[in-house]
Structure formats: C-alpha cells, structure tokens
Write a protein of this length. Structure first.
Length: 187
C-alpha cells in the first residue's frame, strides 16, 4: 500500500522544474497551491480537464490559487500536448513525485462508466483541435501511465495540506467550480 500525504500533513519545501524550464516553489510562499497529479501527456480526460482550468484560470488566480499540474510523461511529450497552459506543467516520467505523494495506478481508472463518458468527450475535443506539434493527435495507451488515477491537493503557503481528493477513475478530479468552493470554504 502506498503511503499518502494526508490533509493536515506539512510538506517540506521543494523546487520543481516546469516543462518550460522555470523553477516552481512548492509550497508557494504567497498562494494556496492546487497541485494536480494527472495521467500522461495527451490523456483525453486530463486534456479536457486542463482546458477547463485554463479557461477559468483568471478566476482561479483571483481566488488566490496557483495551479501546478504534474504528468507521468516526459517534458518533450508534454510540450507537444500541454505546452500552452497558462500555469506550470511538470514532467515526472520516473513517478518520483507520484511516489512521494502517494498517487496510485489501478485498472479501475478505465473501468468506470463515468470514466468512459468523460473520456469520449475528451477524445472528441482532442480530435476537433489540430494535431500536437509532433503531428499526432493524443497517444491512447502509454504503458502503465494509462492506469494512473488523478489526485488533487490544496496546499497552504506554510506547506500544510488543506485538502486532498483521490480520484476513483480517470475522469475523477475536482472541477473548477469544486476547487473554488473548497478554497472559499477555507476563508
């Protein structure tokens, strides 16, 4: 069983490198951080979700939240598919952060009917856009990363974990509305 960082835990400071090369402080000393663990570059569920976050990013920032998204993919793959995000995206192909934060993989990530519905919406949205910079649409099954489960954490500037959500399937993450409600409840 993987050890999970739970609500109330206090994280030690660390520096992450975003795919554009910038250093990202975790925790952020001035913002509540929404740390998202996603599946892989081009994941239909993740892309659909991240685009909804990007569309409402100004609203998220106005609530005092900084976004960071972590993927079980290389920086090159992420640049091709998620490089236009207005917030830091971090590559973790070795799953070091996933292990540190207790983020699991499971076949149930793809078995839920809820996952299928949102996955179909994500695939439709992907194929409606131009192919990535590598000339392909999204990869569909990059090995074990396809079994990843999403995790959302809210982290205070002092490193305290304020909330955690462990997804039960590929499309189970906080919506922007849920995220803003959680942050509002902390005020």
């Amino acid at each position: 069983m993987t050890t999970r960082i739970q609500t109330g835990s206090v994280l030690a400071h660390r520096e992450l490198t975003a795919i554009d090369g910038t250093l990202v402080s975790l925790p952020d000393p001035q913002w509540i951080t929404h740390l998202q663990f996603r599946r892989f570059a081009g994941c239909p569920w993740c892309s659909l979700h991240l685009n909804s976050v990007a569309a409402r990013y100004e609203e998220i920032q106005a609530a005092g939240v900084r976004e960071i998204a972590v993927f079980n993919s290389s920086a090159a793959d992420l640049l091709a598919y998620e490089g236009g995000m207005p917030f830091p995206v971090v590559a973790d192909p070795s799953r070091r952060l996933y292990t540190d934060f207790g983020v699991d993989r499971s076949p149930r990530s793809l078995l839920s009917p809820h996952a299928w519905r949102s996955g179909v919406r994500g695939l439709r949205a992907q194929y409606a856009r131009p192919a990535g910079s590598n000339g392909r649409h999204r990869p569909l099954a990059p090995g074990m990363a396809a079994l990843g489960l999403p995790v959302d954490l809210l982290i205070a500037p002092d490193g305290r974990v304020l909330a955690r959500h462990d997804g039960t399937h590929a499309g189970d993450q906080w919506s922007v509305t849920e995220l803003l409600a959680r942050v509002g409840a902390l005020a």
